[in-house]
Write a protein that binds this ligand. Structure first.
Ligand code: ZN
Length: 504
């Protein structure tokens, strides 16, 4: 068979996988946004069937045949086909040797674990979840033992969500953050300055909030013709390729800023997905490259753009036309201070921009222990509380607000947390690069977000999964993840917000 024919067959085989993935994503969105409860069992069967079809195709003999041939002729492949080969090979290598029976048992354990975790959290009873967590870690290690190579199990997990990420990279990254952010936070809390401007807690009609969502989504550049906004308990973005990218939010009558920022955050994910180049649309490359880079886009729009002073200069008056009387005296400065209030808190998902990375850092350290030191899971509440005290100066009153707060571990997501902090750091790094070429603040103050998005599209969005994260980032300015940009960004921003003298 000629190389050309192999490539054609390979691409049409990938097309099928991609279409099944698209159907699965649509079913998942449907299941999360109001599909009938009574259909839960049959829906779970359909989704399970699709997942196993996709899995079998990814590791089939036919796939191996294509990968073997293309692997020998990589130098003859164009950039897009080469990327398809690389992405498929990566999946194949991770999954092919894993016994299907073990995968099935792991997914059963995960569904059981989520229920047990939820009950344990509701009853504030860590010991009820501990055996299950122990089993999740053990089974995860077992699964990883079937993979090629002799990488450390936790490095393998990190690599699943962020290709190339290792503990070595994380240790250096978090080490730098710890050395800068912990003292900065202490200076802020010791300054005794309060940022409460009285803007929180004034009710805004949910109907009005829905209008605000559409307004802000369109302004930041989310194409609603190829997207839609629904409501769920926890906001998310999912899609079936660049022409169908959906987001959700959650409205709180007394806290309209919560949904306001959820929308901007999810729009960041969605804009990434919507702006891929034609060449890769509706192929397996039609998706963001990694969890960390995806998060860099959501956090760029949410924090770098949306929590900046120029943004509030731009949006304040227009936003007030949607808001009730209680906001009539609000100024850009008041909003800016409100949305950048630093307050160490127990719960990660409510953390402010500065303390957020400390929540991630402690989770990273704990996960590393789970996969390295053979830590006794029954010790986790104590370890958790010690780290909480060390980094944030707080001790959780109970495990529900401590070690039990996140769904991730029960869902089998281990090695995922670091990507949140990586995302924030990449966002600050991209801002620094962008500033070399344009007056970002002036553009934001004019509401000219299209120029900013065009920069992100050129360097990041358009490429989908064509490049590895390292290659994609390296192409922009010749360097890799660098925590210094993030530290500088946080230091400048929060010194300004809290009127601290630089450096003392
Ligand atoms: Zn996100």
């Amino acid at each position: 068979m000629s190389l050309e024919t192999t490539v054609m067959r390979f691409m049409s085989y990938l097309d099928k996988i991609n279409m099944l993935n698209g159907v699965l994503a649509t079913l998942y969105f449907d299941a999360s946004t109001g599909a009938p409860n009574g259909a839960a069992d049959s829906r779970a069967k359909r989704m399970g069937f699709l997942s196993s079809e996709i899995f079998s195709m990814q590791v089939s003999d036919e796939m191996k045949g294509y990968l073997d041939i293309l692997g020998e002729q990589q130098d003859k492949l164009d950039e897009v086909v080469l990327a398809m080969y690389r992405v498929s090979k990566r999946v194949y290598d991770k999954k092919a040797k894993t016994p299907v029976e073990l995968v099935r048992r792991f997914s059963e354990l995960k569904s059981k674990a989520e229920v047990i975790w939820r009950d344990a959290k509701n009853n504030n009873d860590f010991n009820a979840f501990a055996p299950c967590l122990q089993e999740l870690v053990a089974m995860n290690k077992k699964l990883l033992s079937y993979r090629e190579g002799d990488a450390h199990p936790y490095d393998m997990l990190l690599d699943d969500y962020e290709e190339g990420l290792t503990m070595q990279v994380c240790d250096e990254f978090f080490g730098k953050l710890r050395a800068s952010i912990v003292p900065l936070l202490r200076r802020i809390t010791e300054s005794g300055k309060q940022n409460d401007t009285g803007l929180r807690g004034i009710p805004v009609d949910i109907a009005k909030q829905r209008e605000i969502s559409r307004m802000i989504a369109q302004k930041v550049g989310y194409d609603l013709n190829r997207g839609l906004i629904r409501e769920t308990e926890h906001p998310f973005c999912s899609g079936a390729g660049r022409d169908d990218v959906r987001i959700t939010t959650h409205y709180y009558e007394n806290e309209f800023l919560s949904s306001f920022y959820s929308i901007i955050h999810e729009c960041g994910h969605a804009i990434y997905e919507q702006n891929k180049k034609d060449e890769i649309a509706n192929t397996i490359l039609d998706r963001g490259i990694s969890a960390g880079l995806h998060e860099s886009q959501s956090r760029f729009y949410e924090n770098v753009l949306g929590r900046s002073k120029p943004f509030w200069d731009y949006i304040c008056e227009e936003l007030k036309t949607y808001l009730p009387e209680g906001y009539s005296k609000a100024t850009p400065d008041m909003f800016f201070k409100t949305v950048n209030e630093v307050k160490p808190s127990l719960i990660r998902i409510y953390a402010d921009e500065l303390t957020y990375c400390l929540h991630i850092m402690m989770r990273y350290e704990i996960e590393k222990m789970m996969f390295s030191d053979g830590v006794d899971v029954y010790d986790l509440p104590r370890i958790w509380n010690e780290k909480m005290q060390e980094y944030l100066g707080l001790t959780p009153p109970d495990d529900a607000r401590g070690v039990l707060q996140d769904v991730h571990w029960s869902a089998g997501l281990m090695g995922y947390f670091p990507t949140y902090a990586l995302g924030s750091a990449y966002a600050a790094q991209f801002l620094a690069y962008m500033r070399r070429e344009m007056d970002v603040d002036a553009l934001i103050r004019k509401g000219d977000f299209a120029v900013i998005t065009a920069w992100l599209t050129k360097h990041i969005h358009s490429h989908g999964s064509v490049y590895t994260p390292a290659k994609l980032v390296g192409r922009i300015a010749g360097e890799q993840l660098n925590a210094d940009y993030y530290i500088e960004y946080l230091t400048n921003k929060f010194s300004a917000v809290y009127g601290l003298e630089a450096g003392n």
